[in-house]
Write a protein that binds this ligand. Structure first.
Ligand code: SF4
Length: 333
C-alpha cells in the first residue's frame, strides 16, 4: 500500500498529490479514480484507457525529443486539477461509468507500440499522476522493451511519488499554466508552489527530458509582466535550455465566454521569452515556420525546420548543428 496512510474510522489518506484527500470507506478522491474500498485506496481505472492513438511526438508537444517519430498515446478518465478552461474536459471531468473505455494491459500497450513502430508511449490526454500505478507499470515494461516513455502532466504531485514516477519517464511535457498563486487558486483549484518544485526536481535531479507548456488565456495569464516573471524564474531555476511552448487557448468547459488566443499574443510572449534569454521558445496550436522551428543556440541558424507538427528540414548530425557543430539540447537518434 504505497502513498496512502491509514487513519482512524476506516478513513485513508491518499498521498499521491498535494490534495492529500482523506477518504471514507467507498469514497472517491477529487480525481474520481482513486477510491477507498474499505481496506486501501485503489485505482478504479487501472488497465482502462481512452483515446488510444498514434500521434507525432511534436503533438505532445515535445520538439526536442526524437523529432518526427510516432508516439502511442493514451489517457484514462479524471484529473486531480480543477482547471476551468480544460481543453479535454469530456474525459477529465467525465463521471459516467458507461463511458466507453478500451481495456488494454501494459503488455498489450507494448505490443501495440512495437507493432506500429512507435519510438515512445505517452501517458497523456488526462494527467497520468492520477493513474500512477497503470502508467508506471506500462512505463517499466516499455523501458525493458527499448520503447521511450513520455508523461504529459500538470506536475501536481507530492515529492515521494514524483521520485518513483519520473524515474520511469524518459521525457515530460509539464504544464506551467500561469505564473501566480492566484491564477492556480482561482482557475485550477490548485497551487503553483508544488508544481514549481516538481519542475525543478525533474529538470535538475532526474534524467527525464523536460519541456514546458503555457496556454495563454486573455486577461488571466497573458500579461507581459507575468510572462517576464515566469521566464526569469525558468532562467534562474532551470537554465536557458528548457524548451517553452506558448499555446493558444480555445473556448471550452467553463471558459466559453473567453476569446480564443490570437497569434499576436503568442508572438508577444515568445519575444519576451527570447529577450529574457531562453534558447528554445515555440508557439503551439497556432504556429508558422518561424515560431515552430528550432534554432541553434550558438549560430542561430534553423536546425529543425517545422510548421506545427510537420518537419521540413533536419539540420542536426548526431544531435549537433551541421553549421557550427554546437550540441542541440534534447534527445536525438
Ligand atoms: S491523486 Fe486523487 S485521490 Fe489522491 S490526493 Fe490527488 S486528487 Fe486526491
Amino acid at each position: 500500500m504505497k502513498y496512502q496512510t491509514l487513519l482512524s474510522d476506516n478513513k485513508i489518506q491518499c498521498n499521491i498529490c498535494p490534495r492529500n484527500c482523506i477518504l471514507k470507506k467507498g469514497q472517491e478522491g477529487f480525481c474520481h479514480v482513486r477510491k477507498n474500498n474499505g481496506n486501501e485506496i485503489v485505482l478504479t481505472t487501472y488497465g482502462y484507457n481512452t483515446g488510444l492513438a498514434i500521434d507525432p511526438i511534436e503533438k505532445k508537444p515535445l520538439y526536442q525529443f526524437y523529432p518526427n517519430t510516432p508516439v502511442l498515446s493514451f489517457g484514462t478518465l479524471g484529473c486531480n486539477m480543477g482547471c476551468q478552461f480544460c481543453q479535454n474536459w469530456k474525459t477529465t471531468k467525465n463521471k459516467n461509468p458507461d463511458f466507453k473505455l478500451n481495456k488494454t494491459s501494459p503488455q498489450e500497450i507494448v505490443q501495440i507500440a512495437k507493432h506500429y513502430n512507435c519510438k515512445s508511449v505517452a501517458f497523456t490526454y488526462n494527467d497520468p499522476i492520477i493513474f500512477f500505478e497503470y502508467a508506471v507499470d506500462c512505463a517499466k515494461l516499455c523501458q525493458e522493451n527499448d520503447i521511450k516513455t513520455v508523461a504529459v502532466t500538470s506536475g501536481f504531485i507530492n515529492p515521494e511519488p514524483a521520485k518513483e514516477f519520473f524515474q520511469y519517464m524518459d521525457a515530460a511535457n509539464i504544464d506551467l499554466k500561469g505564473f501566480s498563486e492566484d491564477f492556480y487558486k482561482k482557475n485550477c483549484h490548485a497551487h503553483l508552489k508544488p508544481i514549481l518544485d516538481t519542475i525543478k526536481y525533474v529538470k535538475n535531479e532526474t534524467n527525464c527530458w523536460v519541456e514546458l507548456t503555457t496556454m495563454l488565456i486573455k486577461g488571466e495569464n497573458d500579461s507581459p509582466d507575468m510572462i517576464q516573471e515566469q521566464c526569469e524564474w525558468i532562467l534562474e531555476n532551470l537554465g536557458p535550455d528548457v524548451p517553452l511552448h506558448f499555446s493558444a487557448f480555445f473556448p471550452n468547459y467553463k471558459f466559453t465566454n473567453y476569446p480564443a488566443t490570437d497569434f499576436e499574443t503568442l508572438i508577444t510572449a515568445r519575444n519576451i521569452a527570447i529577450r529574457s534569454g531562453l534558447n528554445y521558445v515555440y508557439t503551439g496550436n497556432l504556429a508558422n515556420v518561424q515560431t515552430s522551428s528550432t534554432y541553434c543556440k550558438n549560430c542561430h541558424k534553423p536546425i529543425i525546420v517545422r510548421n506545427g507538427y510537420n518537419l521540413f528540414e533536419y539540420n542536426l548530425k548526431n544531435g549537433n548543428c551541421i553549421f557550427c557543430n554546437t550540441k542541440c539540447d534534447g534527445r536525438f537518434s
